[in-house]
Ligand binder design. Structure first.
Ligand code: 3AL
Length: 175
């Protein structure tokens, strides 16, 4: 699928295809649809990132709260979104040992108690050891700094998901 195909989508198609570039936040795709045409992936994602940046703090935190825990119950029960499932499995989170799972659960709880949203990291750019280290390190951030760090990870996840969409073959009937 190329950017022309994306630009030619009607509202419903656009939200169906791009609705999860920000996890469980189809409102963002809905909001940027009227800003077409986009020149390329970078231009499209800039509209997404500008939308997020313009949100009040509660909106930014809301986006983070839409993310599932790393190696949480949803991964075990296979109820994650397909994108998250692929990302978490790819990072090796579906085959943690019992001690790794316990430690990650403990750190996730500590993180959530401190910041009020789940720890978010672009799993595809990481592995389980790095994620654990990052979680331990970021737990010590000041809240304002951590909000910025977490949103930077959301942008990385979005970029990778958009690359997947724009590299996919698309619907041949529409070529
Ligand atoms: N909490 C969190 O980071 N979740 C995720 N990260 C990612 O790349 N995919 C996810 O589901």
């Amino acid at each position: 699928m190329d950017i022309q195909m994306v630009n030619s989508m009607d509202f419903g198609e656009f939200v169906d295809v791009l609705g999860n570039i920000i996890e469980k936040c189809p409102l963002i795709a809905a909001a940027i649809w009227s800003q077409r045409p986009f020149t390329d992936l970078d231009d499209l994602e800039k509209h997404v990132f500008d939308f997020i940046e313009a949100l009040p703090q509660s909106g930014k935190e809301g986006i983070l709260r839409c993310h599932p825990d790393l190696a949480g119950r949803e991964l075990q029960q296979a109820t994650l979104t397909p994108e998250s499932q692929r990302e978490q499995r790819g990072a090796g989170l579906s085959n943690l040992g019992p001690e790794e799972r316990r430690r990650l659960g403990e750190l996730n709880c500590e993180y959530k108690a401190r910041f009020g949203f789940p720890f978010v990291i672009a799993a595809r750019l990481s592995d389980k050891a790095t994620m654990m280290r990052e979680l331990e390190r970021r737990l010590h951030n000041q809240p304002a700094r951590e909000l910025r760090a977490a949103l930077a990870e959301v942008r990385k996840i979005c970029h990778l998901r958009l690359e997947d969409i724009l590299r996919s073959p698309g619907d041949p009937a529409k070529l």
